[in-house]
Design a protein around this ligand. Structure first.
Ligand SMILES: NC(=O)c1ccc[n+]([C@@H]2O[C@H](COP(=O)([O-])OP(=O)(O)OC[C@H]3O[C@@H](n4cnc5c(N)ncnc54)[C@H](O)[C@@H]3O)[C@@H](O)[C@H]2O)c1
Length: 254
């Protein structure tokens, strides 16, 4: 299949988790992929496997984000898709009563400022090409609250959701679509770490998921593929939920 033939896609956080899966799938679909991650070793391993360009980036740093896009343009001549996927969820981001200001700001720096910087410096490249697609990764926690709080993470994903909506509206007539991809819980290192640390954590959460299981990374990345491709040409400024029905549920099946 060649659903992304001729497109240059910059994926942040592509050294692991869903980003690495996306690098593989997007490459299979004909894209030229920039595998960007704070961990250069991880990015290089993925890039070597998929034939992409590895770039070290810290999405929280403006000059680093600018350098990432400059490297992408130099190598591939332009950029068509921004997949702003990098995000963190550290253990010390917890209840608002226990979360330090330092932990709050560390999460905001990557998850909120990172998406801001990647859009601010990436969208001009899409405009140069006459349009493109931006996929900002938010989360189901931007829609529903959890008593098992990760306060800064949740607030950051709310910011990503509303920022994406606004950008999608602003650039709609210039051919740039911006959507917020909102996954439900996914089997990646980020979530498995949290769920494995506390006995009963998985059961407590899965009861709220109608399908009774987490998503596989590929189930989320398939949606990103759709958003990146021209098949989603009329999907813009959306809250693109891929959550197994979680945010629609009140009483789930036994
Ligand atoms: N796993 C889930 O259940 C879930 C659910 C909803 C949303 N999300 C979101 O999906 C995205 C991907 O999550 P994942 O589970 O694949 O995460 P992950 O932790 O498995 O991978 C994240 C990648 O981002 C990289 N990264 C971290 N900080 C970075 C920085 N400052 N600059 C560049 N790269 C950085 C890491 O090195 C890692 O390779 C995140 O935005 C996350 O918040 C995840």
């Amino acid at each position: 299949m060649n659903r992304l033939e001729g497109k240059v896609c910059v994926i942040t956080g592509a050294g692991g988790g869903m980003g690495a899966d996306a690098a593989e799938l997007f490459s299979e679909e004909g894209a030229q992929v920039v595998v960007a991650d704070v961990d250069l070793g991880a990015a290089s391993t993925v890039a070597d496997a998929v034939g992409g360009l590895a770039v070290q980036v810290n999405v929280a740093e403006e000059s680093s984000v600018q350098a990432m896009y400059a490297a992408a343009k130099e190598r591939f001549g332009g950029i068509d898709v921004l997949y702003n996927n990098a995000g963190i969820s550290p253990a010390d981001d917890d209840s608002i009563l226990d979360t330090s200001l330092e932990a709050w700001e560390r999460v905001q720096a990557v998850n909120t400022r990172g998406v801001y910087l990647c859009c601010k410096h990436g969208i001009p490249y899409l405009l140069e090409r006459g349009g493109g697609s931006v996929i900002n990764v938010a989360s189901f926690v931007a829609i529903v609250g959890a008593a098992t709080s990760q306060i800064s993470y949740t607030a950051s994903k709310g910011a990503v959701l509303s920022m994406s909506r606004e950008l999608g509206v602003q650039f709609a007539r210039q051919g740039v679509r911006v959507n917020a991809l909102c996954p439900g819980p996914v089997e990646t290192p980020l979530l498995l770490r949290i769920w494995s640390e506390t006995p009963g954590a998985a059961e407590r959460r899965l009861v709220h998921v109608p399908m009774g299981r987490m998503a596989k990374p590929r189930e989320i990345v398939n949606a990103a593929l759709f958003l990146a491709s021209d098949e989603s040409s009329y999907v813009n400024a959306s809250t693109f939920l891929v959550d197994g029905g979680l945010t629609a549920a009140y009483v789930t099946p036994e």
